[in-house]
Unconditional design. Structure first.
Length: 349
């Protein structure tokens, strides 16, 4: 194998990723144990249902949902629970504020496919719990992006490392420079893909600790999944292009790239918003905006609390926007790889 050294370097990086994911699993197990000892929604329902004098009524809705209504006259607690079988439960608990405060519960949180929202006023506290609710599988891929970007950043100096005292050895390989460089890049891209896939598998298993999986995938989610692969790969290719001809200082280039990638969109917004009446300001904003289109991180999808998937540019991922984001990141990936190989083949010892 011509790129055996690069394979070993990527495997070492993947071992670090595995350790990080292992720590995440450990933290999830500890959290699950803590939550198991806390007041669960089922425990709250049982407390009201078996209270002395509690009035319980059960009805079957047309869609098969079993609705249970409970009124506890001792403290005025009212519970409505819709049991949808595999699709989970929707529980609404209304109780006096004094009772809610005695439970020391948190306000709003979501773990896996379970969400808990508690809103209180001066008289009552309302808790809304959904278990095993539908969850976009693209979210799991979105969670893996930070780790994939970090991994891509760490391994992005593959060609620069060859420049630092190893060029003569690389040139003795029975392959062309182009093929050697492309082989190293292919190994690194495979490592990035493995990081994403491994992270998704681990996060899916963590989800099982809290609820049964009930995933779905729509067009926007599919686009987001594609972008979770192409964006880290394009970011890796950009860093590789910036460092391919260097013999030293690759770390400085990579370290500078991160703040530059985040500051540039801020500058675009600042010039666009605060210099609307200035021709020079708008010209600068236009130049910065054009440069920013070369930044792969601009095309990262984001996930809102209501399930909407959007680009950081503020555009919802639908039809043309989704296709253009995918095409753009793929084009950037290919261009940066070509530029990196072109630069490296001209490096001299």
């Amino acid at each position: 194998m011509m790129n055996y050294v690069e394979v070993l370097r990527v495997l070492r990086g993947l071992r670090v990723v595995a350790i990080i994911l292992g720590l995440v699993v450990l933290a999830a197990i500890v959290l699950r144990i803590i939550l198991a000892s806390a007041a669960s929604p089922e425990a709250l329902v049982s407390r009201a249902q078996f209270a002395t004098g509690a009035r319980v009524t059960t009805t079957h809705l047309a869609d098969g949902t079993v609705r249970t209504k409970i009124f506890d006259p001792s403290d005025g607690t009212r519970v409505t629970m819709d049991d949808r079988g595999y699709y989970g439960k929707h529980i609404v608990i209304v109780e006096p504020t004094t009772v809610a405060r005695d439970q020391h519960r948190h306000g709003t949180f979501s773990i896996g496919s379970m969400s808990w929202d508690e809103q209180s006023n001066s008289n009552t506290s309302t808790i809304v719990v959904d278990t095993n609710s539908r969850e976009d599988i693209a979210v799991l891929f979105g969670i893996s992006v930070p780790l994939a970007l970090i991994f891509a950043t760490i391994i992005a100096c593959a060609l620069a490392r060859e420049n630092e005292g190893h060029l003569e050895l690389a040139w003795t390989k029975p392959v062309s420079r182009d093929r050697f460089a492309l082989g190293a890049i292919a190994v690194d891209l495979a490592g990035i893909a493995a990081t994403i896939v491994g992270s998704v598998i681990v996060f899916a298993l963590i989800n099982l600790l809290f609820q049964l999986p009930h995933f779905y995938l729509d067009a926007a989610g599919f686009t987001a999944i594609v972008l979770t692969f192409t964006v880290p790969m394009a970011w890796y290719a950009l860093l590789t292009t910036a460092s391919a001809s260097l013999k030293r200082g690759c770390g400085a280039v990579v370290g500078t790239a991160w703040p530059a990638a985040f500051v540039l969109p801020i500058l675009v917004g600042a010039f666009s918003a605060h210099h609307r009446d200035s021709m020079l300001g708008q010209m600068i904003a236009g130049v910065l905006r054009t440069v920013d289109t070369l930044n792969p991180l601009v095309y990262l999808p984001s996930f809102s609390s209501n399930g909407t998937i959007a680009l950081h540019a503020g555009l919802t991922l639908v039809s043309g926007t989704a296709k253009s984001a995918i095409v753009t990141t793929l084009v950037l990936l290919l261009i940066y790889i070509a530029l990196a190989v072109l630069q490296w083949r001209r490096v001299e010892a």
